[in-house]
Design a protein around this ligand. Structure first.
Ligand code: URP
Ligand code: ZN
Length: 456
């Protein structure tokens, strides 16, 4: 199968250049200048940008949270991802207590059958002991080279000592571990205080987890990583205070990777007061405009490494579990389809970043760190033919009803996006054309190499 993309603006690290691109079977074979070669399909990309397929570093599909399970499973979540230009998702396989890492890996492989975009796993660990540590080489053999630990959630929380040990042990393997940074003890006390005062509405979710709760977690992570001599990766950074602490860690020579999410760039705390405020209950919570501005500025300076969605969708009926007590609301929001259009609108059109930086934030840096570069994350001869044709002049309004995820709400409902993904090539096959999915179920497992620690 040969696909020829004509008249595109090719977005590459060195700049944006008008030219053509040819894929042959599963790879990019040529790009740049005019290409006149026979092809099975010719795409006229006049006026559009061509990016390497986007990589979403943070999804939670088919995740059981207490007695409820996310609205999106892998088939529905990856269809939405694909339509938004995401050709690879890295989902968090979760090792529940008492499970082996291999059990969790197999369970997630089973869940991921029928994916419409490519997929890999980070391994979220809830235990750290000899038996689990002994499984790490097996994870690496199976292409799982990144891990996660939580400072919160009773079923997942691990101590700072464990985080320190895990960073040290995994660094020896060139694996990284992402940490959900919040101070659980303070959150619990504040939740008790708020509930005792009858403050049970969704807005109190944010008040129970103020900026300093995240900053404290980021600070503890930075110190643990400093002492361990390994990399620190903050998942879903949301605050200026956390960013400042990470900056100081970099200044003292630390290897720090920072992920943020679209919700922390365009949504804000006041939204909890809406009648459907429960849909914004996620952790970390929505913040202020000043926090958004700090994160956007940090994208301008290259301090933010990549943007994942933290897609963790629940229906309004599921969210209603917290109608009399915000702390019972399942945490998370839907966003896997909307990442590129929001980042383009807010950050590129907003003047914070240019198109090569958008490619870095949505694809290239994730591919590098998570052991997929240059097969993924690059427009290079020989790279995988995972490609996005993005139309910058396609104004539209985001609605849950027109999103493809299986969730009746969207935190971005009503957001006016300036452009959108038009066509997607996945593994050399035209999978989305003019905003319509042509092929589902073509996603393949990405067995990743060890991490490419580009900030080491
Ligand atoms: O609220 C969120 N983000 N839920 C998903 C799990 C996590 O904390 O990443
Ligand atoms: Zn988290």
């Amino acid at each position: 199968m040969r696909i020829l993309i004509k008249n595109a603006f090719l977005v590459r690290p060195e700049g944006v250049e008008k030219g053509d691109l040819l894929t042959e079977d599963r790879r990019i074979s040529r790009l740049g200048g005019t290409i006149d070669a026979p092809a099975d399909k010719v795409i006229d990309a006049e006026g559009c940008y061509v990016f390497p397929g986007f990589i979403d570093t943070h999804t939670h599909f088919d995740l059981e949270v207490g007695s409820t399970v996310t609205a999106d499973d892998f088939p529905s979540g990856t269809r939405a991802a694909l339509l938004g230009g995401t050709t690879t998702v890295l989902d968090f396989a979760t090792q529940e207590r008492g499970m082996t890492l291999m059990d969790a890996y197999r369970k997630w492989q089973n869940k991921a059958k029928g994916c419409s975009c490519n997929y890999g796993f980070h391994m979220a660990m809830s235990e750290w002991n000899e038996a689990r540590i002994a499984e790490i080489p097996l994870m690496i053999e199976n292409g799982v080279t990144s891990f996660k630990m939580y400072m919160v959630y009773d079923n997942m929380r691990l101590s700072d000592g464990v985080i320190y040990e895990a960073i040290q042990r995994l660094a020896r393997e060139d694996c990284v571990i992402g940490i959900h940074c919040e101070n659980d003890d303070i959150i619990k006390s504040r939740v008790r205080e708020l509930k005792a005062a009858g403050k049970t509405a969704s807005r109190y979710h944010a008040i129970s987890r103020p900026n300093l709760v995240e900053a404290d977690g980021v600070g503890r992570l930075m110190d643990a990583a400093y002492l361990a001599g390994g990399p620190a990766w903050v998942v879903h950074l949301s605050t200026k205070e956390g960013l400042d602490i990470a900056r100081r860690a970099r200044e003292r020579g630390q290897e720090v990777y920072l992920e943020t999410c679209p919700q922390y760039l365009v949504l804000e705390e006041a939204m909890y007061d809406a009648p459907d405020g429960a849909k914004f209950v996620m952790s970390p919570p929505l913040r202020s405009r000043a926090d958004q501005e700090a994160l956007l500025q940090a994208m301008t300076t290259g301090e933010i490494d990549w943007i994942g969605t933290d897609h963790c969708s629940f229906t309004m009926a599921q969210k209603a579990a917290g109608q009399d007590d915000f702390s019972k609301t399942p945490n998370g929001g839907a966003g896997v389809q909307n990442r590129a259009e929001i980042v383009y609108t807010r950050a590129v059109k907003g003047g914070y970043i240019d198109l090569p930086a958008m490619a870095e934030l949505l694809s290239t840096r994730a591919a590098k760190l998570f052991g997929m570069y240059p097969k993924k994350g690059a427009l290079l001869p020989g790279s995988d033919a995972d490609i996005v044709v993005f139309d910058p002049n396609a104004p539209h309004t985001i609605h849950a009803a027109t999103n493809l995820h299986r969730c009746d709400n969207s935190p971005y409902e009503g957001y006016e996006a300036a452009g959108k993904t038009r066509d997607v090539i996945l593994n050399g096959v035209l999978a989305v054309e003019n905003g319509t999915i042509l092929a589902t179920g073509l996603g393949e497992y990405v067995k990743r190499d060890r991490c490419g620690r580009y900030r080491k």
